[in-house]
Design a protein around this ligand. Sequence first.
Ligand code: FEO
Length: 392
Amino acid sequence: MKPRKIKDNIYWMGYIDWDARLFDQLIPLPDGTSYNAYLVEGSEKTVLIDTVEPEFFGELEEQLENVTQLDYLVSLHAEQDHSGSIPKVLSKYPDAKLITTPKAKEILMDLLAISADSIITVVDGETLSLGDKTLEFIYTPWVHWPETMVAYLQEEKILFSCDLFGSHIATSDLFAVDEARVYEASKRYFSEVMMPFAKIIEKHLEKLTPYDIDIVAPSHGPIHRNPSFIINAHKDWVAGPLKNVVILPYVSMHHSTKKMVDYLASMLTEKGVRVELFNLSVTDIGKLAIALVDAATIVVGTPTVLYGPHPAVAYCTFLANMLRPRAQYLSIIGSYGWGGKTVETLAGMIPNLNVEIIDPVFAKGFPSEQDFQALDVLAEAIASKHQEQGFV
Ligand code: FEO
């Protein structure tokens, strides 16, 4: 892909990775992704903002073919999908200075063995003149690493936001045109890496409010010419009202747990509560993460394997504890053959979740009439709590 013009003297560069299917050996990428870098040519200085995964440096190098002088390279975030090609860019332009935060300097030196002499650190709010253009650096730590910042091109009102406001989508659209698609991909990305820092990101969104932004240029996915769409979506995800939704991640081995999950889902639906079921044997974990962003209640369904929860359920519970969703209620349903400590084990795995536990329902063998009655009670308890809280 050749460089693509965003505005006069401002270009998208990078690599569109149509083949990527897994990030960090963990996160599914059903739509691939892109690694966006941006070239800004001022009347006096030229700057490249971020780079690409090192294996795709060749593409970036071709895009830089006509750039004879690079004065600055900005690293907004030290993770290797954006920083990995910094050493190669600095080799190509030995006079270029690398601009980053003090924390990122430390990380970049550790990760990429970049020499301290090449690096200039900036403080929060510092500006860099490129002649007729000015870049302002704004600290936004913990998106999702501690060193992150964004850069605002004052004259053109462009916010280079790196991971923030990004989406894992491979597309030939330079700008977001299919907002429904971008919304889901961006919510997925937010849920997978930023949700644990929602309160911090809420403060960053407040910090960015005074800035007059025409364009948001993230480092993954398409660029936003309608910034309020993506900024307001993030405001909703970090602090918007929870929804009248119960998510039911579950595994069933011999249909007992499945029978209970289906029954509870049916009872909740009758009571006007929306449900989303995720069979963990087959689900895309990213879909579950999206649902965790604003569901009011989580009900985990698991059989007992040996003496504890099914390992797939334990994995999902571990992930949910890491992602720290804002859900207010949690319960556990499932089955056992002769004993075990399934409920205690799962309950002990969620110290990060600020949830009220609603009485679990565990059946010995196939669920009995008594177990279904207990599920009725559970459904009623959830529906009442949602109603009291005014979740819609
Ligand atoms: Fe796209 Fe946190 O790297």
